[in-house]
Design a protein around this ligand. Structure first.
Ligand code: NI
Length: 184
């Protein structure tokens, strides 16, 4: 089932999301619907607040060809092919970004028509709780590291437009304000 993707200006995108204390059947249903919604919108990640729910649940699916060049990824101490853990569905992530800052173009399904350069640490150590209770400890770089940071920002009510340089903020300000007015 396709869900409505909340757009910039919606307050649910600004809440600090609650932890999922116990995974219930409805979380599985939600994850399936979020993946379907994300694929339909041609996104690679979607966080629960983007479909109106203030809980710490995220879905990610990075297509093989988008991960250029293939980065080393370690899961629970073993080197694996990134595709083998996709689609990635998790709750209550703990993230530790590290390494040199890298600038890259980002967009967001909740901020239509705006793409911008965002600087973030190039690597991430993450502890992700899958819905079946398994825990993934991931060490990665590349697009997955960026996507994890972007999606986990959503769980804290942070959007990529908050993280652009102050110069870019000035140029985006008018367009973002227009989006707010459209919402209200
Ligand atoms: Ni986003």
């Amino acid at each position: 089932m396709l869900l409505e993707i909340k757009q910039y200006g919606d307050q649910v995108l600004r809440v600090a999301c609650a932890k999922v204390e116990k995974v219930e059947i409805e979380h599985n249903t939600l994850a399936v619907n979020m993946l379907e919604t994300m694929y339909a919108a041609q996104g690679i990640g979607l966080a629960a607040p983007q479909v109106g729910l203030g809980i710490q649940l995220v879905v990610i699916d990075i297509p093989e060809d988008e991960d250029e060049p293939a980065e080393k990824i370690t899961v629970n101490g073993e080197e694996v092919d990134m595709r083998s853990i996709m689609p990635l569905v998790f709750v209550n992530p703990e993230l530790e970004p590290y390494g040199k800052e890298e600038s890259c173009t980002e967009g967001c399904l909740s901020v239509r028509n705006i793409r911008s350069q965002v600087s973030r640490p190039g690597r991430v150590r993450a502890k992700l709780h899958k819905l079946d209770g398994k825990v993934l400890e991931i060490d990665c770089g590349g697009l997955l590291a960026r996507c994890l940071q972007h999606e986990c920002d959503h769980l804290k009510g942070v959007l990529f437009t908050d993280r652009v340089s102050s110069a870019v903020k000035v140029t985006l300000a008018k367009r973002l304000k227009r989006m707010l007015n459209m919402e209200s």
